[in-house]
Design a protein around this ligand. Structure first.
Ligand SMILES: NC(=O)C1=CN([C@@H]2O[C@H](COP(=O)(O)OP(=O)(O)OC[C@H]3O[C@@H](n4cnc5c(N)ncnc54)[C@H](O)[C@@H]3O)[C@@H](O)[C@H]2O)[C@H](O)CC1
Ligand SMILES: [K+]
Length: 506
């Protein structure tokens, strides 16, 4: 099955696109202030649902419309008898437009207003972050830094309005300092920067509201002709991409994956990749690795056909007999690894390139571009491929992933919090995973999972999108069972198998 990737899940936009959606919505006849009232009402509803026992809140309002949302929410809470501490980061007289209208309306409704000052005690049971939204530009400045620190030090649950203040709406980067939210409610267009980079650690649970009203004034219709910046992947896509096996299936139907790696002294990585390729359903798996690893591999995984390879000359017809290749786990960058990578590149098969295979593409086999490969860099490998640093990659992950795909073709998976998949049909974000995945061997497991999916006939992009979700969801399942600390790549295979056999237990 090689269908084109289905973009299931939610559309994600950049801040400039959301501002355009705001503009169109207002042009469609919903006044900006009405939109602000809808946003605040949605936030107020979410707050009560999340913390039903609370009866007091502290809302910190910035100088723009994000702050305006906060002023309206304060009035809604006060009208229901809550104790409301409303704190302004900018004097009301400096506000303009809808934000000023909102601040004045709350004051007219009798809601108290304090000016932020260092050391101000925040007394609410719930903190509401209405400091900065899509208007954030540059590192967080001045009193906003102190206010964000005070929210984070409060020890209370935090609801972030639209975006946790300090997080970049397009990249998910933390601009100096950022609110750590329990929950974020975002409006009109879900933001790409809420699902990758630092955001998964800062946004808490992300709730999206399009603020559509009933009938014709539904703002959601204004997104009709706007190309999303990315798609938020959803686990439902996994079952849709993996058709059930025919009753009369034989192992040839599920493809033959060849893993090439495990230079002298690096045996484990290649074996992990081969094991996951077998566990995720490749019909046959071969492993070409240094001769010293053959016995250990046979003992560990006799289903994998292991070949001791002293150099590329020993590969023979192996690459030609496989349907797809995984090259890189434990490859090393010495003469063994270079020769094996060269042979893999010349085999004319779809291939996954990972780990030292990527490092060799960056520093020796440079400038290559193919339509039939899947590159799987972590930020450090991505930096080496781009000629920048890991920090620069993390400062704008979507741009880095898109640039790698533009330069090298095929599909690129930029691993990390909120893994990104950049393919011919655009960008997709994986919303699953946990910090327990930051351990040796996790990348090898992913390359094996991808190999299995490609061997079974998924298209490059669909295999990448399904593979990152299976990998991350398996890690979430394993962490739920035994914790994130000490989570090992070997813990994933049994969970991953369940995810690719969704009809189990029916
Ligand atoms: N009708 C609408 O547009 C709706 C908007 N919504 C909310 O509005 C914000 C976007 O509002 P905007 O006024 O464009 O910007 P912000 O309020 O996010 O911030 C601008 C504000 O912050 C100051 N500022 C900017 N960068 C920094 C910085 N690095 N350090 C300190 N201060 C900074 C700037 O000077 C301005 O005072 C959107 O997120 C929504 O929350 C409604 O929700 C829907 C309707
Ligand atoms: K905010």
């Amino acid at each position: 099955m090689t269908g084109s990737p289905r973009s299931s899940g939610r559309a994600l936009y950049r801040a400039d696109q959301v501002r355009e959606l705001d503009r169109r919505t207002i042009a469609a006849g919903i006044a900006g202030f009405a939109l602000m009232q809808r946003a605040a009402a949605a936030a107020w509803q979410e707050l009560r649902a999340a913390w039903p026992e609370a009866r007091s809140l502290s809302v910190l309002c910035g100088g723009g419309n994000n702050g305006g949302d906060g002023h309206v929410l304060a009035a809604l809470a006060a009208a229901e008898g809550w104790v409301v501490q409303r704190v302004a980061l900018k004097p009301v007289e400096d506000l303009s437009g809808d934000a000023r209208l909102a601040a004045d309306m709350a004051s007219a409704a009798g809601v108290g207003l304090e000016s932020w000052r260092p050391g101000l005690a925040l007394e609410g049971e719930v903190m509401v972050d209405a400091l900065l939204g899509t208007g954030l530009s540059g590192e967080v400045r001045g009193a906003f830094r102190e206010a964000i620190a005070a929210i984070n030090a409060s020890g209370r649950p935090v609801l972030a309005i639209d975006i946790p203040s300090g997080v970049h709406a397009d990249t998910g980067a933390e601009l100096g300092v950022a609110v750590r939210a329990s929950r974020t409610i975002t409006f009109i267009g879900d933001k790409l920067g809420l699902h990758t980079g630092r955001a998964p650690a800062l946004a808490g649970r992300v709730v999206f509201r399009d603020l559509a009203g009933a009938g014709a004034d539904a703002p959601a219709t204004v997104t009709a002709d706007m190309t999303p910046a990315a798609w938020l992947l959803h686990r439902d896509m996994i079952a849709a991409a993996l058709p059930p096996r025919p009753r009369d299936a034989h192992k040839g139907d599920a493809g033959h994956a060849l893993v090439l790696g495990g230079a002298p002294g690096f045996g484990g990585a290649a074996l992990l990749a081969a094991e996951h390729a077998a566990r995720l359903g490749a019909g046959k798996v071969s492993l070409a690795t240094a001769p010293e690893h053959v016995t250990a591999c046979l003992v560990r995984r006799p289903e994998v056909m292991v070949h001791g390879v002293r150099g590329a000359g020993d590969l023979g017809e192996l690459p030609a007999r496989a349907d797809m290749l995984v090259v890189g786990p434990g490859l090393g960058q010495g003469s063994w690894g270079q020769a094996v990578l060269q042979a893999a590149l010349e085999a004319g098969r779809p291939l996954v390139v990972d780990a030292d295979g990527l490092n060799l593409l960056a520093n020796r086999f440079t400038g290559l571009r193919r339509d039939d490969w899947l590159l799987t860099p972590h930020p450090g490998e991505a930096g080496r491929l781009l000629g920048t640093s890991a920090a620069e990659v993390e400062a704008d992950r979507p741009a880095a992933a898109a640039e790698l795909q533009r330069r090298h073709g095929g599909t690129v998976i930029l691993k990390g919090a909120g893994s990104l998949v950049a393919g011919a049909s655009g960008l997709a974000v994986c919303p699953y995973g946990n910090p327990g995945m930051a351990s040796g061997g996790m990348g090898d497991a992913l390359s094996g999972i991808l190999g299995a999916l490609l061997a079974q006939g998924l298209s490059l992009e669909t295999a990448a999108r399904v593979g990152v979700m299976v990998h991350a969801l398996a890690a979430d399942m394993a962490a739920a069972a035994g914790g994130e600390r000490g989570l090992l790549a070997g813990d994933l295979a049994s969970c991953a198998r369940i995810l690719v056999n969704p009809t189990m237990g029916e």
